[in-house]
Design a protein around this ligand. Structure first.
Ligand code: GDG
Length: 486
């Protein structure tokens, strides 16, 4: 029997331990800058007497494992400092220079340095050293993302027998690319110490299953109901599509600040159609390709010049990594070139902003945009697609142009799906979106909004936790424990 997805019962006794590289529980939830994920997990931890563990973001000369325990609006967070070498090798190195590009199919950008792999293992083991003593027998443990793939193995080595789940926020890559990672087998083997592994989409899960079943050095078995057997152990896997905190987002949209920003943007658009992009500065987001597609549109449609503009909000991210500095320079040049080529005295085709805005401001910006451009080359889910839809005016909604390579495309087929690698396709989609009649826009929006509601972040969270909780451990645990001891 597959584990049933019963409603997540807060009344149950066990605590929830959330583990992630950075802890995003907000100090002041009312300030409104925290994302949906942070709010959802914080709400679970508050109701549930749990704990959120991760790196403090600080460095120290010598790792001590000393914990800083803080209360953040009712959520207990436990933070640990790392050495500069850990941050270099584990975080900037293996996580962001090796795994992130590989998981996004950019083997051309992936750095395979032994010191990174060693730093990754060392730092995960250090986290486990500090975390293991905090765990009580009934706790359930939920580990997040690619920074901590081997964490279950490290905890099991320290005698932790609790249920441990893992959720990957990125895509999973095709087997033929994954095997370019030295020690790929070792990494996947460590994942078999989880009880449950979750992905955003069926596609990412199927790619994981394909690796386990088809990689000769693993030779695993596909079991019914998405369970897998390999390395003498079994693990349950599943699809858990993340979403946004819909009510929280609607509140931000309707707030004074949200409405004021909408009015300001509408006035500044001066009867032109605004298109919006909101993405961290990351090569996976397809920003260069988007600008080139827009340039193609301006070239193909001279009559539309002066009638449309793109507001691209792009906060700088991972600026310690060379590849991110390079793409920043290229984007600056590209945005400048397109503006230089096409701008007129009272019109500029691109407003390119390397800064962040408050969540309520973002909501107002989205609402004022006739088109939402969400065109990553590869993306685990992409929450901006869902935020854009949620922010729209139901009586006059804008159109979402969405990359078919974002996880969100698996659910949001009513968007205008595009191949972001083709500038002609992008150009055509922009034209179609700008010209779409109201009735079609409304029909599409209603169907997309249903998806956004059905995948609310609280549903994602409760579904994952209840599935993890329902997994029967004893027999599985014994088999797995025996395999581990062997
Ligand atoms: C990873 C996966 C997966 C952006 N600029 C501002 C701002 N943002 C917010 C957006 C959105 C979030 O950041 C970005 O989420 P995405 O899902 O688009 O992308 P990643 O950061 O790459 O997230 C992704 C996600 O994890 C969850 O599993 O969907 O595939 O890569 O919420 O609104 N927020 C504010 N100001 C900004 O300027 N306040």
């Amino acid at each position: 029997m597959p584990p049933s997805r019963v409603e997540y019962g807060y009344a149950a006794m066990s605590r929830l331990i959330v583990v992630s590289n950075r802890v995003s529980a907000p100090k002041d939830p009312a300030a409104g800058s925290a994302g949906g994920l942070a709010m959802a997990l914080s709400a679970a931890l508050r109701k549930y007497d749990g704990l959120w563990f991760g790196w403090s973001g600080e460095t120290v000369e010598k790792f001590t494992g000393e914990l800083k325990i803080e209360d953040r609006a009712g959520v207990t967070v436990a933070l640990v400092d790392l050495e500069a070498q850990d941050v270099d090798e584990y975080y900037n190195g293996y996580a962001n220079k090796t795994l992130w590009p590989l998981l996004h199919h950019r083997t051309d950008l992936a750095a395979y340095e032994r010191s990174y792999g060693e730093g990754y293992e060392r730092t995960n083991a250090r986290f486990a050293d500090v975390l293991a003593p905090l765990i009580q027998p009934d706790d359930i443990i939920w580990i997040h993302d690619y920074h901590m793939l081997p964490m279950a193995r490290d905890l099991r080595r320290r005698g932790v027998k609790n249920r441990i789940g893992f959720f990957l926020h990125t895509p999973w890559p095709v087997r033929q690319l994954l095997v370019t990672l030295p020690h790929h087998r070792r990494l996947v083997e460590s994942m078999f110490d989880y009880d449950l592994i979750g992905f955003h989409t069926r596609e990412w899960l199927d790619l994981f299953r394909d690796y386990v079943a088809s990689e000769p050095s693993v030779n695993g078995k596909l079991l019914p109901n998405d369970a897998l057997e390999a390395f003498g152990r079994t693990v349950q896997t599943g699809v858990f599509p993340i979403g946004i905190d819909v009510d929280g987002f609607l509140e931000a949209r309707n707030s004074v600040f949200g409405r004021r920003t909408y009015d300001r943007m509408a006035a500044s658009a001066a009867f032109r159609s605004m298109m919006v992009g909101v993405d961290r500065l990351d090569y996976s987001k397809g920003l260069e390709e988007r600008l080139l597609g827009y340039e193609q549109f301006l070239t193909d449609n001279p009559d539309k010049r002066g009638e449309v503009f793109l507001l691209q909000v792009t906060p700088i991210s991972r600026d310690d990594v060379d590849t991110y500095q390079d793409i920043r320079v290229r984007l600056d040049a590209l945005a400048g070139r397109i503006n230089g080529e096409f701008a007129d005295m009272d019109w500029q085709p691109i407003r390119y902003l390397n800064r962040t805005y408050r969540r309520d401001q973002l909501a107002g910006i989205y609402r004022a945009a006739r088109v939402g451009l969400v065109t990553p080359l590869r993306d685990g889910m992409n929450l901006v697609a869902k935020e854009y839809v949620a922010a729209q005016n139901p009586d006059d909604p804008g159109v979402l142009v969405l990359s078919r390579f974002a996880g969100a495309a698996e659910q949001m087929g009513e968007a205008l799906l595009v191949n972001p690698f083709s500038r002609e396709e992008l150009s055509d989609a922009i034209k179609r979106a700008l010209e779409m009649p109201l009735a079609e826009r409304k029909r599409k929006w209603e169907s997309l909004m249903t998806v956004v509601r059905e995948t609310d972040v609280s549903i994602w969270r409760d579904d994952f936790v209840s599935t993890l909780r329902a997994i029967e451990r004893p027999s599985n645990g014994d088999a797995n424990a025996a395999a581990r001891a062997a």
